[in-house]
Design a protein around this ligand. Structure first.
Ligand code: FES
Ligand code: FES
Length: 169
């Protein structure tokens, strides 16, 4: 088997691993590194269940050769926790009932995060476009869209509070 050494950053921590040259990113994350929050659905780039962030951009990890992430920053759903706190998107998905079976949820949330990192006040249309590659069989999407817009509002409020506390210092 043809093996190569791969180095990248996963959820803020350095990873150095020997893998076969044909390993897909989704399989590296789940099977070799144990990050099973990333789900596998179609393996064809159609369902978005395997979405992770690569340098901040949402990608289907079933279509990415693991060796191509050399030197990159990869974020999975496990990486959204911050000091024991779940991400605002995770909170609003729970609050709005945007999670049913939950299979699509990690991918949905990561696609939504990529959107909110670049757009603090997205329109419904922008949310729909950002999530267009993520399929959900359960929720009918409206609660998911509400959850993303609600998270954007909460993040704006939190960001405003932080700015105010910096000015007050
Ligand atoms: S498993 Fe990757 S897009 Fe469906
Ligand atoms: S919550 Fe079941 S697929 Fe989306």
């Amino acid at each position: 088997m043809n093996e190569r050494r791969l180095k990248f950053t996963l959820n803020g921590a350095p990873v150095c691993v020997d893998i076969s040259t044909d390993t897909l990113l989704v399989d590296l994350l789940r099977d070799k590194l144990g990050f099973t929050g990333t789900k596998v659905g179609c393996r064809e780039g159609q369902c978005g269940a395997c979405t992770v962030l690569m340098n901040g951009k949402a990608v289907n990890s079933c279509l990415v050769l693991a060796l191509s992430v050399e030197g990159s920053k990869i974020t999975t759903i496990e990486g959204l926790e911050d000091n024991g706190e779940i991400h605002p998107l995770q909170k609003t998905f729970i609050e709005k009932g945007a999670v049913q079976c939950g299979f699509c949820t990690p991918g949905m949330i990561l696609s939504a995060k990529a959107l909110l990192d670049g757009e603090s006040d997205p329109s419904e249309e922008q949310v729909k476009v950002a999530l267009s590659g993520n399929l959900c069989r359960c929720t009918g999407y409206s609660k998911i869209i509400e959850a993303v817009q609600d998270a954007a509002r909460q993040m704006k409020i939190e960001g405003g509070k932080e700015d105010a506390s910096k000015i007050g210092r």
